[in-house]
Design a protein around this ligand. Structure first.
Ligand SMILES: Nc1ncnc2c1ncn2[C@@H]1O[C@H](COP(=O)(O)OP(=O)(O)OP(=O)(O)O)[C@@H](O)[C@H]1O
Ligand SMILES: Nc1nc2c(c(=O)[nH]1)N=C(CO)CN2
Length: 163
């Protein structure tokens, strides 16, 4: 059994429902079980900042499929929720990224694991810490990467409490 971590983000439409649907589609796949969910976070847009706030979360999954097959499942979730690619890092109904897959390191045209921008993104590091503080990249823990971000970057990620 493989263990992987996924980052999920949305800033268009009914964001809460988008996260719920994405988790349901993943769990409905016979080869995937969500074993842990992070808290939800409302986050300022990173990269391309002229867009609405995101809701972000991370999930831990157990899966029998390969990283390449998992990428296809992530893209299926995006298609089912009508994700359109318009602007790089722009608005989207859903984005599902593979953050970690076991301890593997992989870099090919379509897939890089660990995801290459985890270190720079408080909206990924903070929910990942909910799942496993001991995750690391190149022998450096995600806690240390998070400590290296500025207070402003960290303050742009706030727990989202469902009313
Ligand atoms: N670990 C990964 N998880 C998901 N997609 C990946 C990964 N590594 C490479 N990719 C590739 O990245 C391509 C672009 O993905 P996407 O449009 O979701 O990027 P993005 O979410 O806008 O930006 P970012 O990659 O910085 O999160 C995908 O088609 C996929 O082939
Ligand atoms: N806050 C936040 N900003 C982003 C996000 C995201 O999920 N959350 N996703 C992006 C593309 O991967 C670009 N910017």
């Amino acid at each position: 059994m493989n263990k992987a971590y996924l980052g999920i983000g949305t800033n268009m439409g009914d964001r809460l429902n988008n996260l719920k649907c994405a988790c349901e589609i993943l769990n409905d796949n016979d080869s995937i079980t969500i074993s842990k969910k992070s808290k939800l976070y409302e986050t300022k847009a990173w990269g391309y900042t002229e867009q609405d706030d995101f809701l972000n979360m991370c999930v831990e999954i157990e899966t029998t499929i390969s990283p390449e097959e998992l990428l296809m499942v992530c893209q299926e979730v995006e298609q089912k929720l009508h994700r359109e690619r318009v602007i790089r890092w722009g608005p989207r109904t859903i984005d599902v990224d593979i953050l970690f897959f076991n301890d593997i390191k992989l870099k090919c045209e379509d897939l890089e694991i660990p995801h290459p921008r985890i270190q720079d993104r408080a909206f990924v590091l903070i929910p990942l810490m909910d799942l496993d503080e001991n995750l690391s990249i190149e022998n450096k823990s995600i806690r240390l990467y998070l400590e290296n971000l500025t207070n402003k970057e960290k303050s742009e990620v706030k727990e989202f409490i469902i009313a």
